[in-house]
Write a protein that binds this ligand. Structure first.
Ligand SMILES: [Zn+2]
Length: 193
């Protein structure tokens, strides 16, 4: 695997007055996940996000601006306005629609804001606990002897409730068998990859 720098997609400079660093990162990644899921990706390796004191576009004071892969945000924005501005500027960048396409950008921002917030909430919650698990995984040594694939039963517990999972569980009412565990048993997934 290519050694990618931490947060390769986003380089954040400065801080927002009313939104934490973790929340900013979570929101940026949440928009990225949601738009990439729908095959809208940006063509840049890295997007630069900068918090600026007294942001102007020409002579007009504004919440956010973007040029290519550079996003500037007014650092003093209120909590709610900052969340809107982050999503709004990300839509501009990912669709490569510069300032001027405001109606279409604002409309999509409003439509995806709720789902982006849900994803970001999950990312923010337990940030440091998860970072600890990930750090531990990175420093783990390869086991000695023959490398046999092994699936720990712990990993089968999940809160995932996708549409397929709901239907599946409805059919299996009363069964304790977890969705993924049973799928693996049926060989729908290759466990030896
Ligand atoms: Zn705009």
């Amino acid at each position: 695997m290519k050694n990618l720098p931490v947060n390769r997609k986003f380089k954040i400079s400065g801080t927002a007055d009313n939104v934490s660093k973790e929340e900013v990162r979570a929101l940026l990644h949440a928009v990225d996940v949601l738009l990439c899921y729908h095959n809208v990706d940006n063509q840049n390796d890295q997007i630069h996000v900068k918090f600026v004191n007294d942001l102007y576009l020409g002579k007009t004071k504004c919440d956010g601006t973007c040029t290519g892969r550079y996003i500037d945000l007014e650092k003093k924005l209120s909590y709610d306005d900052m969340i809107t501005a982050i999503i709004h500027e990300m839509v501009h960048v990912y669709f490569d629609i510069a300032t001027g396409f405001e109606k279409i950008t604002s409309t999509l921002t409003a439509r995806i804001k709720k789902d982006v917030s849900r994803i970001a909430n999950i990312l923010v919650e337990n940030t440091y606990k998860r970072a600890g698990y990930i750090a531990h995984t990175k420093i783990s040594y390869a086991p000695k002897g023959r490398r046999k694939d092994y699936y720990d039963q712990d990993q089968n517990h999940s809160d995932y409730e996708g549409s397929a999972g709901k239907k599946y569980r409805a059919k299996k009412k009363g069964s304790e068998i977890d969705l993924f565990q049973d799928l693996f048993k049926k060989g729908d997934h290759n466990v030896d990859s």
